[in-house]
Structures are given as C-alpha cells and as structure tokens.
Design a protein. Structure first.
Length: 131
C-alpha cells in the first residue's frame, strides 16, 4: 500500500481543484472561454495551474516508486514534504498581484531538489537490487 503517496496526492488534488476554481472564477468575471484575452490576472492563474499540472504527476510517480521500492517511510514522507512545500511556495508566489520572485525561486528549488533526490534514490534502489 502506498499510503504516503496517497496522502500527498489527496492534498495536492484538493489544491488542483482550488487552482481550477480560480481560473473558472476569472473566466466568468471577464467572460473569456479560451485563453486569457489580455487579462494578466487570468493569465497568471492559468500559468499557476499549468505549472502545478506539469510538475505534480512526476513528483507523485517518483514518490510512489519510493514507497514501492520500500524506501524507509521517514525518507519518503520527508521527500514528499519537500516536494509539497515546493509546490505550495510556488503557488503562493503566483497568487499575489505581483509575482514574488524570490518565493517562486525557492518553490522551484524545493521542487527540483525533491525530484532530483527522489530520482536518485529510486535509481540507487534499482542498482542495489541487482547486487
């Protein structure tokens, strides 16, 4: 059972819905069904959602692989937390009127480091299984 991944996937799923509702609200406000029609706040909401949608699947796949590969649960939970923190920081940087660039950078650093570490640990566990 991959309970840690299920936990993070569930929380991230709720955030996904929140980001989707932000776009819907702005589309209704501006009466825009496709694209952003030169509304910067709608474009920002769309990109926030898109970035989230681009990174979350690979993070969850890698996290699930760690659990399946029987990496210690504390390590899995910590790496999931680092990934989650990265996504939340990135979202927070975008949900302000003016994008908070240092917060955005920190969010992407956390996201990248968690993906690098999860990838490395999965590769290491595969290598060790052959020894």
């Amino acid at each position: 059972m991959i309970m840690i991944t299920a936990f993070y996937a569930s929380v991230l799923g709720l955030i996904y819905i929140k980001l989707s509702k932000n776009i819907i609200r702005l589309r209704q406000k501006y009466k825009v069904s496709l694209g952003h029609n030169n509304h910067p706040d709608l474009e920002q909401a769309i990109r926030t959602h898109a970035n989230f949608s681009e990174f979350v699947p690979i993070g969850l796949i890698l996290l699930a692989c760690l659990e399946i590969n029987k990496i210690h649960f504390i390590v899995v939970f910590a790496l999931g937390g680092l990934f989650f923190a990265g996504r939340v920081l990135h979202i927070k940087s975008f949900l302000q009127d003016d994008i908070d660039v240092p917060l955005r950078i920190k969010g992407m650093q956390f996201t990248f480091w968690s993906i690098i570490l999860m990838s490395g640990m999965n590769l290491f566990s595969i290598l060790v299984s052959f020894i």
